[in-house]
Design a protein around this ligand. Structure first.
Ligand code: SF4
Length: 464
């Protein structure tokens, strides 16, 4: 054990790098008044930078010589009484150097505070859990966050590591805390309500296993549409109650031309603070652009979990559809959905990375509803703890690129961990046996607002 103490003596953790800060301190002392080397060494000792030790005079003179050679200091003969000595003074270049030191140390101070916070929290948690790897995991998560805040996409192995933690582990508790801090920084603690209106439903020949509209399941037996006036009324009501997004959810049967007409009518009653979203089938770049001209600002589209297995869609075609949304200049919303307990880390990571690479500005996670009558009837649902974990991972990995992280259904733990968007919906719902004449599952705008406010968010002002 003694050997390991010796090794730590030469490790950076011993603080051996601190004397590097001697140079700016010398500059600062000399900027106040020029002085000779010996007086300077005494002042240096008074700063307390060396603790109980005396500064090494030889080293100090060597550093002064280097600084003079670099042009940040100049010397002049001391004309006072006593033996001839030279006085050091700061040059114009030295003053610029001092200002740069101040700027650079100030900007690094926040980062150091954060690192220190992580280390102290990790040490406290380690003493509680006895887990040796916890501190390392905390530092890893901080690194993921730092890179995401710099706009970098996460590495696949990083997402997999975050997903590998048990949902009830101290790692995920720490992840949640970091995710909430990220929401504060990225979204300024603003949150919004995503108000979705299911415009139509119809038996759909694609028969995705999780969808109530699948023709093969016989849950929805005939086509039904809500009149445009009802849709406009619902949009007007939601926006007046503070929704940040009004979403028109249509099946492919509705048709692009009719969706454009409906979009114009709805846009006309929305305030500028409210974005209009289309959630519909795949479209060409030209169709997306025309939808944009009709007032739609955001498109919801997603590569689903189980795409190609629980759906007949080709995942590559889905990725091309996402690329067309980007090409058309439309903002993308893409959740990781529909999440069930059987979805493995690799699959979740790949869908999340697809969403982030496609430039989703609204991201998040939606749990699968196991609709009676569909193949998922009676199957288990994803746990709330896992749903909250995935939401926190999305917040952490989305960083500066994803201001809006949604969780559906609304979940308090996920909101506490950085999800700042919750959904209120009405009309045709592909996740239920029957449409919602009022709000789905009774979750109203007021409930949404209360949930967000309870976790410290200000609602509204988040338009994409
Ligand atoms: S998810 Fe869409 S494509 Fe699949 S069955 Fe439902 S409506 Fe059809």
């Amino acid at each position: 054990m003694e050997g390991s103490v010796d090794i730590l003596d030469s490790c950076a953790c011993s603080g051996g790098n601190l004397p590097r800060f001697v140079q700016p301190v010398l500059l600062a002392l000399l900027a106040r008044e020029p002085m000779h080397g010996y007086a300077l060494a005494q002042k240096l000792e008074d700063t307390g930078l060396f603790g109980s030790q005396t500064p090494d005079l030889t080293g100090c003179y060597r550093m002064l010589r280097d600084m003079e050679r670099n042009g940040v200091l100049a010397t002049a003969p001391d004309r006072g009484e006593g033996p001839a000595r030279k006085r050091y003074e700061v040059t114009a270049l030295g003053r610029r150097c001092l200002n740069r030191w101040i700027a650079s140390l100030t900007s690094n101070r926040d980062h150091l505070d954060r690192v220190l916070g992580v280390l102290v929290a990790a040490r406290e948690m380690c003493s509680v859990t006895g887990e040796q790897g916890f501190a390392e995991d905390c530092v890893f998560m901080e690194d993921v966050r730092r890179r995401a805040m710099a706009g970098e996409l996460p590495r696949r192995e990083d997402v997999l590591r975050l997903l590998s933690y048990a949902p009830d582990s101290p790692q995920v508790a720490h992840l949640g805390k970091l995710a909430r801090e990220t929401a504060r920084e990225v979204a300024g603690d603003r949150a919004g309500v995503w108000a979705a209106v299911g415009v139509d439903c119809a038996p759909c020949s694609m028969s995705c296993a999780f969808c109530a509209f699948g023709a093969s399941w016989g849950v929805v037996r005939e086509a039904h549409e809500w009149p445009p006036e009802d849709i406009v009324d619902a949009a007007r009501r939601y926006s007046s109650e503070g929704a940040s997004w009004i979403v028109l959810r249509t099946t492919e049967h509705y048709g692009a031309a009719r969706l454009r007409e409906l979009a114009k009518k709805v846009r006309a009653v929305l305030p500028a603070s409210c974005a209009l979203v289309a959630n519909t089938g795949q479209m060409s770049v030209e169709e997306i652009r025309r939808l944009g001209e009709s007032g739609v600002e955001v498109m919801y589209h997603a590569l689903r979990l189980g795409e190609g297995r629980d759906t007949p869609f080709d995942p590559d075609e889905r990725r091309k559809a996402l690329a067309r949304i980007r090409e058309a200049g439309m903002t993308l919303a893409h959740l990781v959905e529909p999440l069930g307990p059987e979805h493995g880390n690799e699959e979740i990571a790949d869908v999340l990375l697809t969403a982030l690479a496609a430039g989703a500005r609204v991201c998040g996670v939606m749990a699968r509803s196991n609709v009676p009558g569909t193949p998922f009837e009676g199957r288990p649902s994803v746990s709330e703890a896992r749903l909250a974990q995935v939401a926190a991972i999305i917040r952490l990995c989305g960083g500066a690129n994803v201001p809006h992280v949604c969780v559906h259904p609304p979940l308090s733990q996920a909101v506490a961990w950085g999800s700042n968007v919750v959904v209120v919906e009405t009309g045709a719902i592909p996740r239920d046996r029957k449409e919602a004449s009022d709000e789905w599952r009774g979750f109203s705008m007021r409930d949404a607002e209360n949930l967000l406010v309870r976790h410290g968010y200000k609602v509204g002002g988040v338009k994409t």
